[in-house]
Design a protein around this ligand. Structure first.
Ligand code: NAP
Length: 332
């Protein structure tokens, strides 16, 4: 495993992190979830990402049980707040009330007294940013989180929050956006602003939820047990990439991966890590073998000719519009 600083902070994270969205507490049984976490730890992954909302709060509990007994100082545990965790109108968003209540619930489920990074899972247009940042400052000062991050925030939102964080003297060090060969919406605005502010990206769905592994063939039913067959939630999320045009182009990447001596999943994960503003790629996995495959992307350099050849194949199906960095206009 290789390690990078998270933004301009002193915190080191593994280049590849393990995330448990869709899988833990939902798509996969607990023994498979624990086996994946074990595989991640055995492969040198130290950074784990979850959220209060995943599987209706069950994902945090699964991760807490799976990491029990590990040396806490050897781990970086990240969670998030914003999406609904209960039926009430205050069980969501970035109000002071919800942040204060949600961090306590997360720590209880994760069986730890602090998280290393506490992230705003989206921007909340219904709460003054000052209220949110002051609540985050209190979370940091009470020792419940070491650092603050955000997820899917626009460049202007990051800039405003960063200025408040400086005033409050708390470390806002990261953004968590979607980023892959097929989804490059952060490149024109979010990344230049983040570089200037010293904010690092912890990117999600680097494999486009499994599509860039090449296992989905155009015109064929998805393989049994894959996310595209998970009617509970996965199939809906992956649907945007499941077009014949995308899947056909992804198949054309296979000879490029072979030439580079990489598997398709490794090529996809290594691709996001070529961007120096990316501190870590968060990969998901439903099986331990996937973790063992994916971690070999750490430390891989892709040459300019290969990057150009990839661009030529996927460009027509790559999303680049910065307006696709979105948070709901109303609280969900
Ligand atoms: N901040 C946010 O709003 C946000 C949103 C989404 C995700 N995230 C974070 O990012 C993490 C990763 O997201 P993601 O799960 O979509 O990432 P991903 O790495 O793009 O996709 C992971 C899925 O791809 C399949 N896969 C993984 N490795 C494979 C391999 N070697 N061969 C074949 N298939 C493979 C597995 O699904 P199957 O085996 O089921 O097909 C796995 O669950 C999440 O867990 C979460 O922590 C954050």
């Amino acid at each position: 495993m290789e390690f990078r600083h998270l933004g301009r902070s002193g915190l080191m994270v593994s280049e590849i992190s393990y995330g448990n969205w869709i899988t833990h507490g939902s798509q996969v049984e607990e023994d498979a979830a624990v086996a994946c976490v074990r595989a991640a730890l055995d492969s040198g992954i130290t950074t784990f990402d979850t959220a209060d909302v995943y599987a209706g709060t069950r994902a945090e509990s699964v991760l807490g049980r799976a990491l029990k007994g590990e040396r806490r100082e050897g781990l970086e545990i990240f969670t998030k707040v914003y999406w609904p965790t209960g039926p009430g109108r205050n069980d969501r968003g970035l109000s002071r009330k919800h942040i204060m209540e949600s961090i306590d619930g997360s720590l209880r489920r994760l069986q730890t007294d602090h998280v290393d990074l506490y992230q705003a899972h989206r921007y909340d247009y219904s709460t003054p940013l000052e209220e949110t940042m002051e609540a985050f400052a209190d979370v940091v000062r009470s020792g419940k989180a070491h650092y603050i991050g955000v997820s899917e925030w626009r460049a202007s939102q990051l800039r405003e929050a960063h200025a408040l964080a400086r005033e409050l003297r708390i470390p806002l060090i990261s953004n968590q956006p979607q980023y892959s060969m097929l989804w490059r919406v952060i490149e024109t605005e979010v990344i230049p602003t983040s570089e200037e502010l010293g904010v690092g990206q912890i990117v999600w769905s680097p494999m486009a939820q499994g599509v860039l592994s090449g296992k989905y063939l155009p015109g064929q039913p998805p393989p049994a047990g894959s996310r595209a067959t998970d009617e509970k939630s996965g199939a809906g999320f992956i649907a945007r990439f499941m077009t014949d045009d995308v899947l056909t182009r992804v198949q054309r990447l296979k000879p490029l991966a072979e030439q580079a001596g990489l598997t398709m999943p490794q090529l996809a994960v290594a691709w996001v890590l070529q961007n120096p503003n990316v501190s870590s790629a968060i990969v998901g996995a439903s099986r331990p073998e996937q973790v063992h495959d994916n971690v070999r992307a750490a430390g891989v350099r892709l040459d300019a000719d290969l990057l150009k050849a990839i661009d030529e194949i996927v460009e027509p199906v790559t999303e680049r519009d910065p307006a696709k960095t979105e948070s709901p206009a109303q609280r969900p």
